[in-house]
Design a protein around this ligand. Structure first.
Ligand SMILES: C[S@@+](CC[C@H](N)C(=O)[O-])C[C@H]1O[C@@H](n2cnc3c(N)ncnc32)[C@H](O)[C@@H]1O
Ligand code: SF4
Ligand code: SF4
Ligand code: SF4
Length: 365
């Protein structure tokens, strides 16, 4: 059975280090549109949060742009993490656009706080042409800066992940995408996301349909397999799709049974919401200052009311589906924002069936 939240599994904490403040201006960014605090997470807020979660949990510094925070302020946060690592905070990751990463940051993360084993993932949408929506305040493509960040990490002996968003103008570049990621020596995983922005119940101009996304993933898989890149570099969602078809569990939320309230976003003013793909205001769980009990209790209560009831209905609709165990309902924020458009909702499920059929044949072969 699909669950919005499984209390036995620790919540992954997405710490909105700088709220939604960012130094660049990606044209599709959902974060910039949020009505949330854009100050920075204070040490007091982090301490309170740690105190309010009863079991050990992983943390990811996120944003906005994580590296916009002053370096000494970040040291204060890392020192708190260090005091709680690994008995209370089990792992530390950073998600960044990479444009502000410099040697000083690398010294802090990988020398001063080496004991924390910090992992970092950067966002880059593929080749320069594919990355054209990730622009700075002067509308210039940020590609070169991010590529330099990968090179800097390599100098420090650090491997790194990549998050890519596939938009309309990227769809023809599946082979170029695979060639490009295989050219970065210190890449350790890649996660490909779709641009499914919805405005007034319709896809916005750069967005793609679920079937277009499934076709892109299939084309990427063909080139990836032909080049035997799977020996070196896992790509989501291809990894999870193959794991599920072989009867294994996936660690990727899109293909997991426990869903979006096991991913908790915390904003600088103490606002707490599920995964950051959702509007924080539409899905607020609580404010840290007003939390009487542990966070887990507040989450248990939040999934029984408000907009999460719509999510409960969305997952309930999957119960009769033949590929439920494979698909596990997909990404619930995408389905929530598609729910006012039947064609898009139907296409979402059609795209999952397309992936199931294509990859099932591949596994048999
Ligand atoms: C919101 S950003 C925050 C962290 C950091 N600034 C970065 O870009 O990695 C986190 C991720 O969300 C992705 N993202 C932002 N808006 C999106 C959207 N509308 N659809 C899909 N992914 C989106 C970004 O591409 C990025 O990989
Ligand atoms: S760098 Fe991240 S937070 Fe900033 S605009 Fe781009 S996606 Fe949004
Ligand atoms: S294909 Fe559609 S109905 Fe079936 S499990 Fe996936 S999201 Fe649910
Ligand atoms: S909203 Fe989507 S990306 Fe976020 S936790 Fe839920 S399934 Fe995962």
């Amino acid at each position: 059975m699909l669950k919005l939240y499984d209390r036995k599994i620790p919540p992954k904490i997405i710490l909105k280090t700088t709220g939604n403040a960012c130094n660049i201006n990606c044209k599709y960014c959902f974060e910039l549109k949020k009505n949330v605090s854009n100050s920075i997470i204070s040490p007091e807020t982090l301490e309170k949060l740690i105190h309010k979660i009863s079991i050990p949990f992983p943390i990811i510094f996120h944003g906005g742009e994580t590296f916009l925070i002053n370096k000494n302020k970040f040291r204060e946060l890392l020192s708190i993490v260090k005091r709680n690592y690994p008995h209370k905070i089990t792992s530390v990751k950073i998600q960044s656009n990479g444009t502000l990463l410099d040697s000083e940051w690398c010294e802090i993360l990988f020398n001063e706080y080496k004991d924390l084993g910090i992992d970092i993932a950067l966002s880059l949408d593929g080749t320069k042409e594919m990355n054209s929506l990730r622009v700075d305040q002067n509308n210039l493509n940020t590609f070169d800066k991010v590529l330099n960040a990968y090179k800097l990490l390599e100098k420090y002996g650090k491997k790194s992940g990549m998050l890519s968003v596939i938009s309309k103008n990227s769809l023809d570049f599946h082979n170029e995408y695979v060639d490009f990621i295989s050219s970065i020596p210190n890449l350790t995983f890649v996660k490909i996301n779709a641009l499914f922005n919805v405005d007034k119940n319709n896809l916005s101009e750069d967005s793609i349909t679920p079937t277009e996304f499934a076709n892109f993933i299939i084309k990427v898989a063909e080139h990836y397999i032909n080049n035997k890149l799977y020996n070196r570099l896992p790509i989501e969602p291809i990894l999870s799709i193959l794991q599920k078809l072989k009867g294994k569990e996936s660690r990727y939320c899109n293909y997991q049974k426990n869903k979006c309230y096991n991913y908790i976003s915390v904003y600088p003013d103490g606002q707490i919401a599920p995964c950051d793909c959702f509007s924080a205001d539409e899905f607020t769980i609580a404010y840290l200052d007003k939390l009487d009990d542990d966070l887990e209790i507040a989450i248990d209560q939040a999934i029984k009311k408000g907009n999460s009831l719509t999510l409960q209905n969305i997952v309930k609709n999957c119960e009769m589906c033949k590929i439920k165990n494979f698909c596990t309902g997909g990404c619930l924020s995408q389905r929530y924002y598609f729910s006012g458009n039947k064609e898009l909702s139907d296409d979402f499920c059609a795209s999952k069936h397309r992936l199931y059929n294509y990859f099932s044949n591949l596994v048999i072969k």
